[in-house]
Design a binder for this molecule. Structure first.
Ligand code: ZN
Length: 49
């Protein structure tokens, strides 16, 4: 049930994080507020394929 996903900054589109999600808990694409070292601030990171 656990799948690996990549999180990309919604501002600069850099892929900054790899994480695991539980498909049962998160059937949709996940979005997380994380620090982007390219934007030098916290931005919304979204799951990519
Ligand atoms: Zn960014």
């Amino acid at each position: 049930m656990r799948v690996r996903v990549t999180l990309a900054c919604s501002d600069c589109k850099q892929r900054n994080y790899n994480t695991m999600k539980n498909k049962k808990n998160d059937p949709e694409r996940i979005e997380m507020n994380k620090y982007c070292k390219f934007c030098h601030k916290h931005t919304l990171h979204k799951e990519t394929k």
